[in-house]
Design a protein around this ligand. Structure first.
Ligand SMILES: NC(=O)c1ccc[n+]([C@@H]2O[C@H](COP(=O)([O-])OP(=O)(O)OC[C@H]3O[C@@H](n4cnc5c(N)ncnc54)[C@H](O)[C@@H]3O)[C@@H](O)[C@H]2O)c1
Ligand SMILES: O=c1ccn([C@@H]2O[C@H](COP(=O)(O)OP(=O)(O)O[C@H]3O[C@H](CO)[C@@H](O)[C@H](O)[C@H]3O)[C@@H](O)[C@H]2O)c(=O)[nH]1
Length: 447
């Protein structure tokens, strides 16, 4: 079977490569010529564990191809997946310009039946817009060609993307024709050996399922962060509370980790977009608004702890940050809590020494463009360190922001000698309090 995937980002490249791994002939399409040229040369644009090997293997086997020209493959295939970006508009709703552009290109150029499957996260009702857009282009051409639209939202997590795609808990598909259902069933059949279900439903419910899933996960995190903040005030331990409630099968143990806020390209934007969808339908999603507020507060919690410790006298202090990406195993910096902290530290007159195993390049670019006004007079205000020990040199405090594996067991003796101060703020609760105290640190986790 031959398919095309439009949009060669995290979702498009991972999905395309995984379909190719299962024997499907896949062409990945992107408007970014630089990205496509690099992929043709074997240069992978994102950091995702295991992806590079899998891309190279499938390119070599001639099952995975790259092009900037969707039209050139359109008449050789029956199924097109759209995995282009849906970034937030100024009001927080999803910007559908890329999704509709793909539909337009298809309507303008298709010569035979096409099933267009939207994998991007799109507001409920988008499939109708996609259908209308294709139909309008066909009408302009004065031709009548059969086509279908479907919704197949993606649930993969960055850093675990290949495992999530190959063995998901489930695949959700919204269809409105038997033909579309058959094509998608055929495509996912090889994956079913990995023991998951394809759940077919109507398109509106499939579109809604994606937002409801992300909203529920974000809600769990904000709920736990709220509980963590209360635990601190009453002297309870959020980790014990987490274990205590997570063992209740109705609650479950996953996505219950308190921390310094959720980031990434999905939760923040999808929570906003769902609030917008509700507003447009005259409904106030009060729970999700609270989820957002808690998260905005939580991204500043480590800074507030620092202020409290130094009695707001932060000017001139050197603060080390371990972990910049929004979560481990990715170089993605979108909505990363580290960015909020760096900005607040620079505004308070601190010097920042930052380190991340993978996201240094992205982090540097963002800090230098978005915080230019804060560092222009003195670029030494932020230093991107060579490793974890370089980062803590002469630091008054250390903040652990992203729980990369290599931060889990540092040589605390070396860290202690290198630091000027003793404060360690653990934004992901990965260290052992008594061990930290034995080393002489003032240790503060979340909750
Ligand atoms: N990143 C994730 O972990 C994840 C997981 C599940 C769902 N999603 C959703 O999937 C969608 C894609 O996310 P992403 O993170 O992969 O985005 P991304 O920004 O990494 O990639 C999108 C790609 O689409 C390309 N593009 C834009 N317009 C195009 C067009 N007309 N033709 C061809 N290519 C075009 C861009 O150049 C870019 O390379 C979003 O809706 C997102 O919400 C993302
Ligand atoms: O218990 C937890 C779990 C996660 N996080 C934070 O939540 C954010 C998101 O993490 P995660 O969900 O693992 O990463 P994403 O790659 O953003 O994946 C989410 O967003 C994707 C895009 O929609 C969905 O496909 C996935 O199912 C959904 O988990 C990160 O900042 C994490 O640090 C916590 O604070 N506590």
């Amino acid at each position: 079977m031959k398919i095309a995937i439009v949009g060669t980002g995290y979702v498009g490249l991972v999905s395309g490569t995984c379909f190719a791994e299962m024997g499907v002939d896949v062409t990945c399409v992107d408007i970014d010529a630089n990205k496509i040229n690099n992929l043709i040369k074997g240069i992978i644009p994102i950091y995702e564990p295991g992806l590079e090997d899998m891309v190279l293997r499938n390119v070599k086997a001639e099952r995975l191809h790259f092009t900037t020209n969707l039209t050139s493959v359109l008449n050789d295939i029956q199924v097109v997946f759209s995995a282009v970006g849906t970034p937030p508009d100024a009001d927080g709703s999803a910007d559908l310009q890329y999704v509709l552009e793909v539909a337009r290109t298809i309507g303008q150029n298709m010569q035979q039946y096409i099933l267009l499957v939207t994998k991007s996260t799109v507001p409920v009702g988008t499939a109708s817009l996609v259908r209308q857009t294709i139909q309008t282009e066909l009408d302009k051409r004065g031709v009548s060609i059969d086509f279908d639209v479907a919704s197949n939202p993606e649930f993969l997590k960055e850093g675990d993307a290949i495992k999530d795609f190959m063995s998901p808990d489930r695949v959700v598909v919204g269809v409105e024709s038997e033909k579309a259902k058959e094509l998608i069933t055929k495509l996912y059949r090889p994956f079913l050996l990995n023991n998951f279900r394809v759940i077919f439903m109507d398109i509106l419910s499939a579109e809604m399922t994606k937002y409801a899933a992300n909203a529920m996960l974000a809600t769990r995190i904000s709920f736990m962060n709220d509980m963590a903040n209360l635990c601190e005030l009453v002297g309870a331990d959020i980790n014990m509370v987490r274990k205590g409630i997570g063992t209740d099968q109705r609650i479950g143990g996953k996505f219950l980790y308190a921390g310094c806020g959720y980031g990434g390209s999905c939760f923040p934007k999808d929570v906003k977009a769902l609030i917008q969808t509700a507003d447009k339908n005259g409904y106030d999603l009060r729970v999700l608004k609270a989820v957002e507020n808690v998260n905005a507060y939580q991204k500043q919690v480590l800074f507030h702890k620092l202020e409290k410790h130094f009695k707001s006298d932060l000017a001139g202090k050197t603060i080390a940050i371990w972990g910049l990406s929004f979560k481990p195993n990715t170089d993605d910096m979108r909505e990363a809590p580290s960015l909020v902290l760096i900005e607040k530290l620079l505004q308070a007159g601190c010097k920042v020494r930052a380190f991340d195993p993978v996201a240094m390049h992205e982090a540097k670019q963002i800090v230098h463009s978005k915080m230019a006004d804060l560092i222009q007079t003195d670029s030494s205000k932020i230093y991107f360190a060579n490793d974890i020990y370089d980062a803590v040199l002469d630091a008054d405090a250390l903040m652990l922001v992203t729980e990369w594996k290599e931060f889990r067991m540092p040589s605390w003796g070396v860290v202690k000698k290198s630091m000027k101060g003793v404060l360690v703020l653990d934004g992901r609760n990965i260290y052992d309090k008594s061990e930290m105290q034995e080393f002489g640190f003032t240790y503060e986790p979340i909750g």
